[in-house]
Every structure is written in C-alpha cells, then in structure tokens.
Design a protein around this ligand. Structure first.
Ligand code: ZN
Length: 211
C-alpha cells in the first residue's frame, strides 16, 4: 500500500512581508509618478453636461468621470429611431434621429445632433444642431451652430440661442446669436433676431415680425 503524503502547503510570503526584490519592484511602479512621462493616450476636451466645466478625457473612452463634479459622463453616440422609448439623452457623443422617427418631449444634451425625423423638446448641443427634415420644436433649444437644411421647414416656438446659424431652408423662430446668422439663397428666416450680424444671400429672405 503506497504511503500517503500530503503536499506541503506552499506559503510564498510569511506575514505579509514581500521579498526584497518584489517590494522594490512595487515601490518602483508606484513611486515618482510625476517623473514618468504622461500617458500618450489621445484625449479631447469635453464640457461636462452636469456642471458645465471642462476636462480632458481619452478619445476612445465610452464613459468617463468629470474631474470637477464626479458625474459619470456618457460618451457614446446615440441613434434615436421609431423604437426609442427613453426620451432623455445625456452624452458627450453625437445624436442622430433616424428618418421616419417622430419624438416629442425629448430632453437631449449632446455634442452634434442631426435630425432626419421630427422632434420636439429641449435640445442642447455643444457643437452643431442640424435639421435635415421639417420639425416643430416646442422646448428650449441651444447650440453652438444651428443648420437648417434646404429641405427642412422648422418652427421653434420658444426660440433658439446659438453662436451662429445657417438657414438654407425655412426657419420660423426668434434667434439669439452671439455671432452671425446667415440666410442662404433659398432660405427664409421668420422671427425676431438678436445677432451680431445677419447676412442674407441673394434669393434668401429675412422677415422680421411686424410691430
Ligand atoms: Zn462636471
């Protein structure tokens, strides 16, 4: 009968003490971080949609934390379509509204938003908001740049605040622009405009309200 022997229990380190070489290796990994060159991961500057402050996040990340308010920042691109049920979107990425989609009571904060469907609600874009189809927007609209495409007829009942706007289709809205509002050759802009300048190209029309 073979003799039965238990394997010796192999305890690598006693009482939490690391061998000298391992300890030195770990100390080297965690020390002098400032002397190590900063990571070369490409980053981009984003504006937190909760606190409005700016920070740098890795370009490829799908979410990140705001260094100021610690909010979790979604960075994914979002497509809204006929099946969309969640009408609140917060992302540092882009939002696309698919053709044929009709959504009201939206609440969107994003970077660029391109609308092929019909939407209504509160919309804030840190970059460009572009309408490719007709919509009647009842809600607060803010964007750095607003573009009304040639095929679009857009009504914004509560007006819009932008840095600049390009109207190549039809827009009925009160527009507050820190910069220039440009009305293209076939564009029609109807409403009260408070802008640094309004440029109407030949063939375009700007129709202020009659008082
Ligand atoms: Zn924040």
């Amino acid at each position: 009968m073979p003799e039965y022997r238990t394997e010796p229990l192999n305890v690598p380190y006693v009482s939490g003490l690391l061998p000298e070489g391992e300890r030195d290796r770990r100390v080297a990994l965690t020390s002098f971080r400032s002397a190590v060159p900063q990571s070369r991961v490409p980053t981009r500057e984003v504006e937190c949609y909760e606190c409005g402050r700016r920070s740098h996040v890795p370009t490829s990340a799908l979410s990140a934390g705001c260094v100021h308010c610690h909010a979790t920042l979604n960075m994914e691109d979002v497509e809204l379509n006929v099946g969309t049920r969640n009408l609140t979107v917060r992302t540092l990425g882009n939002v696309m509204v698919a053709p044929g989609t009709v959504l009201s009571h939206l609440s969107v904060v994003c970077r660029n938003m391109t609308v092929y469907g019909r939407v209504s609600g509160n919309i804030r874009c840190t970059q460009e908001l572009s309408f490719r189809e007709s919509s009647r927007v009842e809600g607060e609209v803010r964007a750095r740049r607003l573009v009304i495409d040639r095929a679009a007829e857009v009504v914004m009942t509560e007006g819009v605040s932008v840095r600049e706007a390009l109207v190549e289709g039809k827009l009925a809205a009160d527009v507050r622009a820190a910069g220039v509002i440009r009305v293209g050759r076939e564009g029609v802009l109807r409403g009260r405009c408070d802008a640094a300048d309004i440029v109407v190209e030949p063939g375009g029309q700007y129709i202020p309200p009659r008082n």
